[in-house]
Design a protein around this ligand. Sequence first.
Ligand SMILES: [Zn+2]
Length: 264
Amino acid sequence: MTSTTNSHVTSDKSHKDHMGTAIKLAKYALDHGETPVACIFVHSITNKIVAYGMNDTNNSLTGIAHAEFMAIEQIKSRFPQDQVGFNQFCSDCIVYVTVEPCIMCASALKQLNLKKIYFGCGNDRFGGNGTVLSIHQDKSTLNHEGTLYEQESIPGLYRREAIMLLRYFYVKENKRSPNPRIKLERNLDKDNFPQINWSQYMSKNLFGQEFGLTNLSHFQTMDDLEEYKIIDWDLIDSHYDTLIDDLTKEINQFKLNEFKRIKI
Ligand SMILES: [Zn+2]
């Protein structure tokens, strides 16, 4: 339970707002030559951002420098030599990531006892939260206490924007190849999106809880929610030069002792 004094430290941002921040960060990654995949970790009790990460595989030349690991490292740095504190803190975090975690990251997030993973689009080749494997429901992946639990996996937030950022990236990559396909940009598909098979990722019950019973028909038709059908082009075409500074400031404002005080 939380104390009555925490209202002033609780952010009123919605899940959509948080995913919007992750999408902006993915665009930042794209603008800096990276695969546009990014995440933020939000402390569920205060609803504040406590870590962020973006793909760094191209710059670091390390195949495992995924967004989720960057964020995990940021949290870890708050708990030098305090594994218990780190584990407890992770248990209270929610992840918002633009693309479904790969199998490696999904396994790490599950072991860290993260209860909820929101993501934009599925990861057709490596997805570990329902597309290729379902680590979130896997009965052999336990948390750090050796306990079995089912992690909630919730796709679809800004799914089309997440897909468009990946399409932009592949167009750029192809232009760098020895035989650039000049007309590719013109042919960039902005209208067609694959269906989303919600049941791969979540139960119908969870869908109803998250998105409301009035939206249940989308679960059957494998369609995006109405509010996510029209692409927010401003969101993915803008540049976010100050975003890293802003996020760093926000994260530094989150004081661990404050968090400890309100968590009774
Ligand atoms: Zn990964």
